[in-house]
Design a binder for this molecule. Structure first.
Ligand SMILES: Nc1nc2c(ncn2[C@@H]2O[C@H](COP(=O)(O)OP(=O)(O)OP(=O)(O)O)[C@@H](O)[C@H]2O)c(=O)[nH]1
Length: 507
């Protein structure tokens, strides 16, 4: 066994956390984006895709026997887009549960199909080894059983990659069904490394977790390193070889002999253990159904997959459109709610909460920009009497008209609002007290000429008392102080006879 696969120091090589591949092989592998899948698995996934009720677990069941599809969903589930912090999707079921059915189906539909290149034996060995790894793990390290099934399935994925890269001569070698060790030696001679490292490297390159890539790269290590999970994986291939040998009975007997010295298995009767494992492995008939089922020919299967992918894309985009509509409606609703929470329902002006919040922001901005700020506090005069005389409804209508007048009067950038009852406020950013006075005078003049209501053909006018306060730049105040100052000025205007303006600094 090449040292680099078992030397932990080498396994810690920073490059992708794996030993280096020969340069030319690494470059060629980088271009390898597609490995063949089993038509039987693809057909089942296609069938499932027509069943609306099918959930992630159904997809995972179908995909789990196929190394290339399993690696594809694992890589996608651990990609930056789907990854959950610190949580590796380590089995096909975990990956599919994370991806959901749409993404799984899209990943599964972009398959290439197995053609004659990698012989059936490859798939038989992969699935048998996967089941063997899981069964062993159930006895030695049960918590790892799911991961070890996946690692068992993927441990020889490098064979598919080398077959895809090197076509004929490698397939020739495979077709002769060399013993696994002989295959490994031949790979070293031809490529400078073996399929375990190629598989680990490919898994990492496609985006599977480093832990999974290491398990694959490490799958040819010795049985005696004392780690139960590694033992399960490394032994699984040998069990698969025995199961698929021409004389399985003899092969299992030889295997039992070679394992006698293993301390990790000392607690078991080896013959009994291997017999139990043998019974749990897929039967030859099951394996043949996996690799030789298709009634359907390859081109029509590929065609159907492509068509299903288009349908899936269309249905996804339809659903996306529907989601976008829902999002738009929600955003609109949100805007309306937001607007309502800022607005006085009767007049449509800013409400007290919003006035105070904006005033706070403007005070801060005035401080940083070193500019002035003025505030008008407006109170309609004798409004109680108005209500008493003309009724509350007409009083409301006055408030609405007054608000409209105020809105028309102020400039963009100013803020007019209803502070409460018959009290209004105008925030004038950048304005001096003198400038604010001009605005206030203009308002009073408008009230003299514009009736705010009509009843029985009679035009009804109102007057207002206006207090002005402005920010003293040398001594900037806060919201409450500024409002209080303007309110006091408004009160002075009332005291002075109403229908007038009062400022702290007259003139
Ligand atoms: N129609 C109507 N009236 C309101 C509304 N909010 C407050 N008022 C009335 O406004 C009146 C305010 O009365 P006062 O605070 O006594 O003041 P005033 O009568 O305007 O007298 P001065 O402010 O001293 O000029 C009350 O009668 C309130 O009922 C409203 O939304 N609609």
């Amino acid at each position: 066994m090449p040292d680099h696969l078992t030397d932990p120091a080498v396994l810690d090589t920073p490059l992708r956390g794996l030993p280096m591949l020969p340069d030319d092989l690494a470059l060629r592998l980088e271009a390898c984006r597609d490995l063949p899948s089993l038509p039987s698995v693809v057909m089942e996934v296609l069938q499932l895709s027509r069943n609306e009720e099918a959930g992630p677990a159904d997809y995972a069941d179908r995909i789990a026997p196929d190394p290339a599809l399993t690696l594809r969903v694992l890589a996608l589930a651990n990609s930056a887009f789907y990854a959950r912090r610190g949580l590796e999707a380590a089995t096909c079921h975990e990956a599919v549960a994370r991806l959901g059915t749409d993404a799984t189906l899209a990943a599964a539909m972009s398959y290439g199909l197995q053609d004659s290149q990698a012989p059936d034996h490859f798939w038989h060995r992969s699935l048998t080894a996967a089941v063997a790894a899981r069964e062993l793990a159930n006895r030695l390290c049960p918590a790892e059983a799911g991961r070890l099934f996946t690692a068992g399935l993927l441990q020889d994925i490098g064979i598919l990659a080398l077959s895809a890269l090197d076509g004929e001569s490698y397939d020739h070698l495979l077709a002769r069904r060399p013993r696994h060790l002989r295959l490994v030696q031949a790979e070293h001679e031809a490529f400078g490394c073996d399929h375990a490292l190629v598989g680990g490297w490919l898994a990492r390159d496609w985006g599977a977790s480093l832990a999974m890539a290491r398990r694959i790269a490490d799958s040819h290590g010795p049985l005696t390193d004392g780690d139960a999970a590694r033992l399960c994986l490394r032994l699984s291939g040998r069990i698969a070889d025995a199961r698929l040998a021409e004389d399985p009975g003899l092969a299992f007997a030889k295997l039992a002999q070679s394992l006698e010295h293993l301390d990790d298995l000392a607690a078991f009767s080896l013959d009994a253990l291997l017999e139990e494992l043998r019974a749990a492995l897929p039967s030859m008939a099951e394996l043949l159904t996996l690799t030789r089922p298709p009634e359907q020919d390859t081109p029509s299967l590929l065609r159907e997959g492509k068509q299903r992918l288009v349908e899936l894309t269309l249905s996804l985009s339809r659903r996306l459109d529907a989601q976008r509509d829902t999002m738009d409606a929600l955003r609109q609703e949100n805007r309306e709610l937001d607007h309502r929470s800022h607005t006085d329902p009767l007049t449509g002006l800013a409400n007290r909460r919003w006035l105070e919040r904006c005033l706070g922001e403007e005070i801060r901005r005035a401080g940083t920009d070193h500019r002035g700020l003025a505030l008008l506090f407006i109170d309609l005069d004798h409004f109680k009497a108005f209500n008493d005389r003309h009724g509350h409804a007409l009083g409301d209508s006055v408030l609405v008209h007054f608000a409209a007048t105020l809105r028309d009067l102020v400039r963009e950038g100013d803020l007019a609002g209803r502070y409460g009852g018959e009290e209004f406020m105008v925030v004038l950013p950048g304005e001096t007290e003198a400038g604010a006075r001009v605005v206030a005078d203009r308002l009073l003049a408008l009230l003299e000429t514009q009736p705010m209501a009509e009843t029985d053909g009679e035009s009804l006018y109102v007057t207002a008392s206006i207090g002005i306060a402005s920010l003293d730049l040398a001594l900037p105040g806060n919201v409450a102080e500024l409002i209080d100052a303007a309110d006091r000025q408004m009160y002075s205007a009332k005291q002075a006879g109403r229908a007038r303006v009062s400022t702290a600094r007259p003139g």
